[in-house]
Design a protein around this ligand. Sequence first.
Ligand SMILES: Cc1ncc(COP(=O)(O)O)c(C=O)c1O
Length: 362
Amino acid sequence: MIPIGRPSLGDEEIGAAVSVLRSGMIAQGPKVEEFEGAFSHYCGTGYGIAMNSGTAALHTSLLALGIGPGDEVIVPSFTFFATASSVCMCRARPVFADVDEGSFNLSIDSLQEHLTQRTRAVIGVHLFGQPLPIRPVQEICEERGIHFVEDAAQAHGATYHGKRVGGFGVAGCFSFYPTKNMTTGEGGFVTTDNPVLAQRIRRIINHGQEEKYLHTGIGYNFRMSDICAAIGLEQLRKLDLFNAHRQNTAAFYNDTIRCPGIILPEETAGVEHVYHQYVVRVTDDARLTRDQLAIALRERGISTAVHYPIPLHRQPVFEKCSQKGCCSMADQLAAEVLSLPVHPLVNEEERKYISNCVNEVA
Ligand SMILES: Cc1ncc(COP(=O)(O)O)c(C=O)c1O
């Protein structure tokens, strides 16, 4: 079976993890510090804080910005759950905006419709590895005096007009979950140019400690370990190669998949898409339904996935936050999308096979 996602880990990562284990310093230590410097430098930001998940990155960024009860934070409805749950973790309210048909990213019109006096921040997601329209979002946020937070969990190394994501918002939040463009096993990261925010986040992820055993706030234990950071340093060295491989596979699918009713992903002008996922839409004009196509591909040894089958405004837990009829495009996409394998371990033979199978059965 060709898996839909698989981390590419080699002797370098194994060696790096083993050498941390041998050192006896396996919790947070010098490797985390080195990784923080390397990843924030890669993203072009002055500060970086490593932690144990992308969810923690979003949660602590919002906490450090002072988001709390009574506040609203606008998030796209078509994204992974954590984009919105992190808002609830601060006891604020996520407000769901719709997405654009072509890019699957936040719709500027919908964002504007959902701004209120209580809006304190916008979380913009670079969905599937493609940067959202950053400049218009920044302009709206600047004009309103609200925060722009980047959810870059799926977009390590993606660029917007030549600059890497993570350096546009007041905070850039990354995930290093195993299927992401690079991994630390589990892990997360906040990039920022704001030293005060960086300091606050650092405190929040470490029990509210200002210095050892001096607690000036209530915090969590969201620290990253040196084992994870050592793996992350090796993965970071390979990230551009991984992304190039993903882009090549995506270009191959773009060139070779030709099926009536299957819409291939669109690339927005001025951005570099790093294809965390390669997502097609299976419309009513296709011969098979989306779910039938997924089954047919599975029978041929190809695993696919639906990212995401239920938009956030339809999730039972968000019933009370949902606005009626807010996100019709998110509804439509949830019914149509299908992700094909695009990770760096998909080889040339496999990508040809995948493309042929889609052309044959869809
Ligand atoms: C868009 C998005 N935001 C946030 C997260 C949360 O990251 P993590 O799983 O590391 O907590 C993910 C991870 O799947 C994600 O895809």
